[in-house]
Design a binder for this molecule. Structure first.
Ligand code: GAP
Length: 489
């Protein structure tokens, strides 16, 4: 299992994810996606949007604003219920989630060993004196306050006057933007139940204990669906969505053994939920939520109808009656999914006695799809052909040209960022005074490191097949085979 430090270090080294405001010492739990990270995350979001909106006749999209009317949060229950219990250390002033504090290792100054300091694993007693944690787990000295409820919403002020009337909140979930637009969308798009509204956007939570890289942050992106159904059909639709969403991650290469479903216990359910199942990924820190699929019943529409005074109903032509639809909500994190795809793709292998780091990302998700590499950077015809090819590829697949190292090193660099295919232009491609151009290039597959040699004129169709996962079929064509050369990789 790949530990998080390895991923954090790769992400920084190769331009995926950086600490926010790093030159000022960093901002707690905020991260910036670099050139390759933004491509990867955009690809995750694009795949989600295409599969859940564009390929489905029963779905439409939305992009609602982050700042909303403050009453939204009263109606949704977030002002009253979106809280975590927290305690403060009276000595060092650190803040902890009261319900998670015993899951942390703790610092102990042991009287039985003349006050020596020990780090004791979570939940264990001191092996010398048998004491259990009663004080602050970090400084080991301060008493903790009684638990207080702490609202996770970021408060801000709308307009120039910072008074209570102007108070509003950064949205803690994108879902509410969908509920308050239910009537607008229903009428303007003339939709029939069941139908869904999908949205991707930023959400903000003042998490007490953020951490594990981009897993739990204070600013993050959600990919949410609110799927409206006839009351009474909600349980069946809920199960269908759980199955559909659980099947989505392996479709983009996530290993099935690394994901599981976990049913929420009754006492764990959110204030709006009748049943929730989480899709979890096996991170190094343990099984952790990627997505929650909840049956939110008619809670939200009824609440907004009550607080706004507007009816949020659906007219059923069959029964000639108005109903308040039930809602099934698959709610995924774009950052968490991106992180899980990264962790899952990370492999370390040994190739001819050397370490090879390779990100086996699905071609749809890989930030760069093709790297075009000239075998000799001093040969103008090779360079010109390679640059022309790269420009041509870029029209369909994000591609890069690189001539800054030897071919072996260039391959390794591309492996490490997950580029599925490298296309190499060499002397035979363009010809020289001794031999005519063969008008062929070498394609190398990232995962198998196999190589094939294909005619330039067929390249477009071949790359299309390769992007669709047909390496084995293409490589089986006798004309494309090249004998393996020692040390060619
Ligand atoms: N509308 C329902 C809702 O927001 P949630 O389980 O609180 O449900 C949904 O959040 C998803 O949003 C989570 O499964 C996770 O992927 C992502 N998410 C929630 N809090 C997050 C945080 N602090 N950092 C990163 N992602 C987060």
């Amino acid at each position: 299992m790949t530990d998080m430090d390895t991923i954090v270090s790769l992400c920084k080294r190769r331009g995926f994810i950086f600490q926010s405001s790093e030159i000022y010492g960093g901002t707690g739990s905020c991260w910036d996606y670099g050139p390759l990270g933004v491509e990867l995350k955009n690809n995750v979001k694009r795949a989600w949007w295409r599969d859940n909106v564009q390929l489905r006749p029963d779905m439409v999209g939305l992009d609602a604003s982050i700042l909303m009317h403050p009453t939204v949060w009263k109606a949704s229950g977030h002002l009253d219920h979106f809280t975590d219990p927290m305690v403060d250390c009276k000595a060092c002033q650190r803040r902890f989630r009261a319900d998670k504090i015993d899951e942390e290792k703790w610092t102990h100054y042991c009287a039985a060993t003349k006050g020596n300091k020990f780090d004791i694993p979570a939940g264990e007693a001191c092996p010398h004196c048998g004491a259990r944690r009663t004080l602050c787990p970090v400084c080991g000295k301060g008493e903790l306050t009684d638990a207080r409820q702490f609202n996770l919403m970021f408060k801000t002020f709308m307009g120039p006057v910072e008074d209570e009337a102007a108070v509003t909140y950064l949205r803690p979930e994108t879902a509410q933007g969908i509920f308050v637009n239910f009537e607008n969308i229903l009428q303007s798009m003339r939709l029939k139940l069941p139908f869904g509204i999908a949205q991707i956007g930023k959400a903000f939570r003042n998490e007490i204990t953020p951490g594990n890289f981009t897993f739990r942050t204070r600013e993050f992106e959600q990919m949410e669906i609110e799927y409206f159904v006839m009351p009474g059909t909600d349980e069946e639709w809920h199960q269908r969505w759980i199955d559909e969403r659980f099947a989505w991650y392996p479709r983009y290469g996530m290993r099935k053994e690394n994901i599981r479903l976990r049913e929420h216990d009754q006492d764990e359910l959110a204030h709006y939920a009748k049943r929730t199942a989480d899709i979890e990924y096996r991170f190094a820190m343990g099984w952790s939520e990627l997505e929650g699929v909840a049956n939110r019943t008619d809670f939200d529409l009824k609440q907004h109808a009550k607080f706004s005074g507007k009816a949020l109903e659906y007219f059923d032509e069959e029964t000639k009656q108005k109903v308040v639809p039930y809602v099934i909500e698959p709610s995924a994190g774009a950052d968490r999914s991106t992180l899980a795809f990264l962790v899952d793709a990370y492999h370390q292998e040994e190739v001819r006695g050397e370490k090879r780091v390779v990100l086996k990302l699905h071609p749809e998700l890989a930030p760069v799809k093709i790297a075009v590499l000239p075998l000799l950077k001093k040969n103008d015809r090779i360079v010109e052909t390679a640059k022309r090819l790269c420009a041509e590829f870029r029209k369909r697949w994000y591609s890069v040209y690189d001539d800054t190292a030897s071919i072996g090193r260039l391959y390794r660099r591309q492996d490490e960022v997950g580029t599925p295919f490298c296309v190499t232009v060499d002397v035979q491609t363009v010809g020289d005074e001794k031999s005519a151009a063969d008008e062929k290039v070498t394609i190398r597959d990232r995962d198998t490191m196999q190589q094939i040699r294909v005619p330039l004129e067929k390249l477009d169709g071949i790359m299309t097949d390769l992007m669709a996962g047909k390496w084995a079929e293409v490589a089986a064509v006798a004309d494309y085979k090249i004998p393996p050369r020692a040390g060619s990789d």
